[in-house]
Design a protein around this ligand. Structure first.
Ligand code: BGC
Length: 419
């Protein structure tokens, strides 16, 4: 602008009280995610509704596949082609990888205005803040160390809720003897690894889980305790049905919902399926912690990674981030999703018995240092390590790696190579 036109602009501003028109904003949120099951879609609708009320259109980029492996491949391609979405569902270390590559936007101003540093637990801020800048909005906290039990089936076989691993195996054997599928299993690498997170915690205890799966301590990874964890995983395999290979997680949940199986070991997104099927916690289904893991929480958190976007898409991104971390959304969404809020100041009033237990467990584990990042779910170690882990666990579960000894050797070799 020449000096003369600057002067003119100044005069116009003084005379008429307006400045140059603001950049026209695109009122659309483009979101990549893997929330394609019934419960997940219902939860996402809460967000779509909130944004629609503010006049934002929703451009959906769904990539089916629980655990998000396929979604992350799609995201990589989009970002490489320069098509950054407004936001993407992401897990822990993946957010940090994209931030380190300079692909994320900066939501710090919004975070300051909304006081996120006071309301979001530090365990989540470690993954949502990079180099002092907020690059993601945490949506929830999920945890993986749960059992989802069909109560009527439990009563029919005369079983009781197991409190340790041996009791779990005895219960599954009882189901099998009664002609009921004990374990509803989805035979995909991420599901087997997600279950193994719980098995390792139950077998080795809290310190062992942390050493092996958060600190990647070579001695812990190679230990006899890890071998025992694989032995325990093999025991669980005896109680699946023959058709588990390749099964989606929500179809395994449906087996429990319908009473075709007794129990599923899965993150609390499974509860979203029970809720979508109008089943009631405590009445139709039970949600004890995976036996032997009581007192610890192995968590993951869905984050909306906020990408660097053109200036005319920034308002939509800010609206999305603000809506995501609002207290009312955190309650309404997580009640449907099966997870618990990503803020510490949301009342548990609207949550069912499992949600209330989840919130209490999380606060207690956080206070006493027994809250651990899930290795299967992107919060234990960077993606390369997590992928190496999933690979070994699935090969063992499907019999390609035959013994626990070789599984331990393969696991420590794979993790060492991926670090
Ligand atoms: C996500 C959940 C999702 C689950 C199954 C997990 O990685 O954190 O939000 O429901 O995958 O798709």
């Amino acid at each position: 602008m020449s000096n003369k036109s600057k002067l003119l602009a100044g005069v116009m501003l003084a005379a008429f009280g307006f400045s140059a028109p603001a950049l026209a904003q695109v009122k659309e949120v483009q979101m990549l995610h893997w929330w394609t099951s019934g419960g997940e879609a219902a939860a996402l609708n809460v967000l779509k509704g909130d944004l629609a009320k503010q006049g934002y259109a929703w451009k959906d980029v769904p990539v089916a596949g629980g655990g998000g492996d396929a979604a992350m491949t799609a995201l990589k391609a989009m970002v490489a082609a320069g098509n950054n979405p407004t936001a993407s569902q992401m897990l822990g270390y993946t957010v940090l990888d994209y931030a380190a590559a300079g692909k994320m936007g900066d939501l710090t101003e919004t975070a300051k205005k909304e006081g996120w540093d006071k309301s979001v637990p530090l365990a989540l801020q470690k993954f949502a803040v990079y180099n002092g800048k907020w690059v993601a909005a945490p949506v929830n906290v999920h945890s993986v160390n749960w059992l989802w039990i069909n109560k009527a089936v439990l009563e029919k076989i005369g079983g009781k809720v197991p409190t340790n691993f041996d009791e779990l195996i005895a219960l599954l054997a009882k189901a099998k003897a009664a002609g009921v599928v004990g374990l509803a299993q989805g035979g995909q690498p991420w599901q087997e690894a997600t279950m193994f997170d719980s098995v390792v915690l139950s077998t080795g205890g809290a310190d062992f889980y942390k050493k092996a799966f958060n600190d990647l301590d070579p001695a812990a990874l190679k230990s006899d305790t890890m071998k025992k964890a694989f032995d325990n995983l093999a025991k669980l395999r005896d109680y699946t049905d023959p058709n588990y290979a390749g099964r989606d997680w929500n179809l395994a949940t449906a087996m429990v919902i319908k009473g075709d199986a007794l129990v599923q070991v899965m993150g609390d997104w499974a509860k979203g399926e029970f809720v979508a099927a109008k089943k009631v916690a405590g009445t139709d289904f039970l949600c004890p912690r995976f036996p032997g893991t009581q007192g610890s929480v192995v968590y993951n958190s869905d984050m909306f990674g906020m990408f660097a976007v053109p200036a005319d898409r920034k308002d939509a991104q800010i609206a999305l981030a603000t809506a995501t971390l609002s207290k009312s959304f955190q309650s309404a969404f997580n009640v449907v999703k099966g997870s618990v809020p990503a803020r510490t100041d949301v009342p548990d009033t609207d949550f069912d018995a499992c949600g209330k237990a989840g919130m209490k467990d999380l606060a207690e584990a956080n206070a006493k240092g027994t809250l651990f990042g899930s290795l299967a779910q992107g919060y234990g170690a960077p993606p390369a390590v997590a992928n190496a882990y999933k690979d070994v666990v699935t090969k063992f579960f499907h019999g390609e790696i035959k013994t626990s000894e070789s599984a331990v050797a393969e696991l420590s070799k794979a993790i060492d190579g991926a670090k």
